[in-house]
Design a protein around this ligand. Structure first.
Ligand SMILES: [Cu+2]
Length: 456
């Protein structure tokens, strides 16, 4: 829950670059609201103007705006920020208005928007408005469409929102560094007709990833694929907000991917359809049912469904390494390795030596090992039945029969009706059918023999 105390009002006088903005005829810059709390701000209904169903940004918030002579004015400040990735770990990132990702910008189809961008980074930047159809000079590719915004300067972007949909913003200047440092945000344009594509709850988040060595705070910006923190809105499970819905509500989840790899996003408990991409709304005749949708690099996918089954449903990236927190990827696979007899000998040489992973890695979910400062356990998060053994890109989608409209608080663990949870069987068991009678510890190669034939 957020309150106004999170917002530190930035006086216009404190900002630089007045000369650069005078062309826009602005008498003073609009408020540059800033926020450092990673709590989700409940959806903000518009203070005035046309109605729409506002979005809920996971562990994020919506940027306030002001109207000035028919223009909707926003103020983004590009700057270094500290982001809590999950309780126990903070990262030094770059973002906008106190956070990475930056605040979500919400407006309405037909709006004329003026976005002031103040650069408080140590190097130049620009902002590109991914997916928005606008005049070429407003597209934000440094060097190609505009000079870069030097440190201390403020630039103005002005364009009309000609279509509704889901878009992203990010720098198009020293992109590799600035995106690896967390500079990105969402831009949602609501349809002019509030009944078009109406949903009851509308969530948004960006997929991002960082490479931060345990014990350190700053991402390694040259990493191309081997990231160790897989995050949604720069948060890792168990630090990611739960999504909630009342039974039978229609829900939309808008997911943008600004990492270096694709993410197959999987939601349990429903069949959904992709209803919008960063190119626009998908016609009804072109949709099909899914339980996983791949969100490729530089893509946005909005999924929609009716939340008709109460419960605590898992919602995660299906690449299993992406539901892990910082871990040594160099840990050898020890399953089946018999340590008996050698542990004592190794411990004489290496007193802290311990056996890990000889029965699989599930023990890691319970193990309480001392961690270096500022890192996260590899597999964390507790459920009502024990460790969930997940980190990274994982959260829960909680559907409840009794939930007030506008209530986005985590309702706690699901109360399962009696007799609806998988249970231990203690009765008689028939002999199970198996592929082979060879024992797994045979030193010979296991051959799966077809049954009922002569064999070979
Ligand atoms: Cu993934």
């Amino acid at each position: 829950m957020t309150n106004r105390r999170d917002f530190l009002q930035c006086a216009a006088a404190g900002l630089l670059g007045a000369a650069t903005v005078s062309r826009a005829g602005a008498a003073g810059l609009p408020e540059a609201a800033t926020r450092s709390s990673a709590d989700m701000q409940p959806p903000q209904h518009p203070q005035s103007g046309r109605p729409y169903q506002p979005v809920a940004t996971l562990n994020g918030w919506t940027l306030p705006w002001r109207m000035k002579n028919g223009w909707k004015e926003f103020h983004l400040v590009a700057e270094p920020v500290v982001r809590e990735i999950a309780p126990g770990m903070k990262a030094r990132l770059w973002g906008y208005n106190g956070q990475s990702p930056g605040p979500t910008i919400e407006c309405v189809e037909g709006d004329k928007v003026r976005i002031f961008v103040t650069n408080k980074l140590p190097e130049h930047t620009t902002v590109h408005w991914h997916g928005i159809l606008l005049p070429n000079g407003m597209d934000g590719v440094g060097g190609l469409n505009q000079p870069q915004i030097k440190p201390g300067k403020t630039f103005v972007y002005e364009f009309e929102m000609t279509k509704s949909g889901t878009f992203m913003y990010h720098p198009h200047a020293d992109e590799m560094t600035q995106m690896a440092m967390g500079m990105m945000g969402f831009l949602v344009v609501h349809p002019k007709n509030p009944d078009f594509m109406r949903v009851d709850r509308d969530y948004v988040f960006l997929i991002n990833a960082y490479d931060i060595d345990p014990g350190s705070y700053t991402p390694k910006i040259n990493t191309m694929t081997d990231f160790n923190l897989w995050t949604w809105n720069s948060r890792a499970f168990p630090g990611i907000d739960s999504l909630v819905a009342r039974t039978n509500e229609r829900v939309r989840i808008r997911i943008g991917n600004l990492t270096m790899t694709n993410h197959p996003i999987h939601l349990h408990g429903v069949n959904f359809e992709v209803t919008c991409t960063d190119g626009g709304w998908v016609p009804r005749s072109a949709r099909w049912p899914e339980v996983t949708t791949d969100v490729a690099v530089g893509q946005m996918r909005a999924i929609e469904f009716v939340a008709n089954r109460p419960g605590d449903w898992a919602f995660h990236c299906h690449k299993s390494h992406h539901t892990m927190n910082a871990m040594g990827h160099d840990v050898p696979t020890m399953i089946g390795v018999d340590h008996r007899g050698i542990v004592d000998k190794i411990q004489k040489l290496v007193p802290d030596y311990m056996v890990m992973g000889d029965r699989g890695m599930a023990d890691m979910g319970e193990m309480e090992m001392p961690l270096p400062d500022n890192t996260l356990p590899m597999m964390t998060g507790m459920g009502q039945f024990g460790p969930i053994e997940m980190g990274g890109m994982f959260t829960t989608f909680k559907v409840r029969d009794k939930l007030q409209p506008g209530d986005y608080k985590d309702p706690g663990p699901y109360q399962y009706p009696k007799g609806t949870v998988a249970y231990e069987w203690t009765g008689e068991l028939a002999e199970p059918t198996r592929a082979s009678t060879a024992k797994a510890d045979d030193k010979t190669v296991t051959v799966i023999k077809p049954s009922g034939h002569g064999g070979h």
